[in-house]
Design a protein around this ligand. Sequence first.
Ligand SMILES: Nc1ncnc2c1ncn2[C@@H]1O[C@H](COP(=O)(O)OP(=O)(O)O)[C@@H](O)[C@H]1O
Ligand SMILES: [Mg+2]
Length: 502
Amino acid sequence: MEQYIVEMRNIVKRFPEVLANDHITFKVKAGEVHALLGENGAGKTTLMNILYGIYSADEGEIYINGRKVQISSPRDAINLGIGMVHQHFMLIDTLTVLENIALSLEIPFWKPLDKIRIKVEEVMKKYGLKVDLDAKIWQLSTGEKQRVEIIKIICRGAQILILDEPTSVLTPTETKELFKFLRKMASEGKAIIFVTHKLKEVMEVSDRVTVLRKGKVIATLETSETNERMLAKMMVGRDVIFELEKTPSIIGDPILKVEKLRVLNDRGTIAVKDVSFTVHSGEIYGIAGVAGNGQRELVEAIVGLRRKISGKIFINGIEIEKLNPRDIGEMEIAFIPEDRRMGYIPNMSVAENLILRSYNKAPFSKWMLLNYNAIKEYAQKLIDEYKIVTPNENVMAKLLSGGNLQRMILARELTIGKKLIIAVHPTYGLDVGSTEYVRKLLLKRRNEGSAVLLISEDLDEILALSDRIAVMFEGEIIGEVEAEKANIEKIGLMMAGVKEGE
Ligand SMILES: Nc1ncnc2c1ncn2[C@@H]1O[C@H](COP(=O)(O)OP(=O)(O)O)[C@@H](O)[C@H]1O
Ligand SMILES: [Mg+2]
């Protein structure tokens, strides 16, 4: 009989609204990276919170190294050699990295930190996890904070590592480094549970994979005996289209033209350095690049949320500076913001959110009075058309799930914005089904003649949708290629700052 380091048997967890874990049996071996795959809401985090003692299961048993255990708190879990990196970090912002690590090791604060510093430095060196021990947590990037969480866990001597969607906050390069680290831990005989909804990552890093759907285990498989298509089908419950059908683009007039645009960031340094490009009707112009290279400032300047210091922006041949906000509002521009919180008002209903940009026009408004019937009818039509899952149009927007919120924003923006669509990370954090839906919709609009500016860190997304691809690095567009001739390696290099021909 095979020995498992972790065995969760018949785990059941009910929440008032949902059966989050429905008789889940999940077994992990020492020395493997085991992916726990599922869409948003499948029950992954719940199961891991049970293993880590944050929730207690309603039914089921847990065995560690073949011995039945009770895990009633994270303390119990830690004592059993379990460590967890949560989606939200548990660090104290005003303390240094070293102080945070010492706290987690329960070293009294009056003890000198020198001994622990030596130990932490050893761990960092051994696993290639670099971070400034004397920096305050608030000074760190998200990737660095995650590294601190990982160092904490290793210093506590964990044998079982749980990482809950760790790559969602990392750049492609940081993700590569994380994977190298995970493989190293596994090769030392530790058990790694890698929670994700990304198929590519499962294929890249795991030895085995367990697929969850709606609280149930669909299968546990050897990664080498499966593939993305098979996993997607198990995860979503139906076939998923990977290759979007992309007909050749029919390029029309220039719609958005940016000329030598220069923009500052919040710290007052130059974030966008003399950037120029044009997006035509009927094409998707994709801007790839690691976040933080000026994409945010570029978009904010285009949509008028940030002042530029020089350069020009034309929409439909008119310089936008010469327009007032109302004129810009009339220009049929759709804006799908990076931060979904910018795109809706949580305490307003779905219907109200859907007419946010048109409530002052007929048929919704006449003689300054709102026409509730017209609003209701319009909202119901969009809910239907964009498959927004909500009990009805009067539900507060904040109660929608991420995927449905994004559909609501798209419904509103794309109904108004027929000329120009500015989409920033439009599928970030969405499940496979919603991602597919959003991408198809953008392609449809492009086929109908909209000009689409797509900004995404997801290179696959850029490649699947764009007609032309630009790469942004340190505020500059350092290369532009026709999508048909695009070479992934070359784009990857450009994302790291290597210019063409270097
Ligand atoms: N604390 C909670 N209270 C009520 N419902 C919860 C709670 N935590 C999770 N759920 C629900 O349980 C289901 C599974 O959630 P979760 O385990 O977070 O899924 P995943 O991590 O796979 O996205 C979801 O429907 C979610 O809304
Ligand atoms: Mg989760």
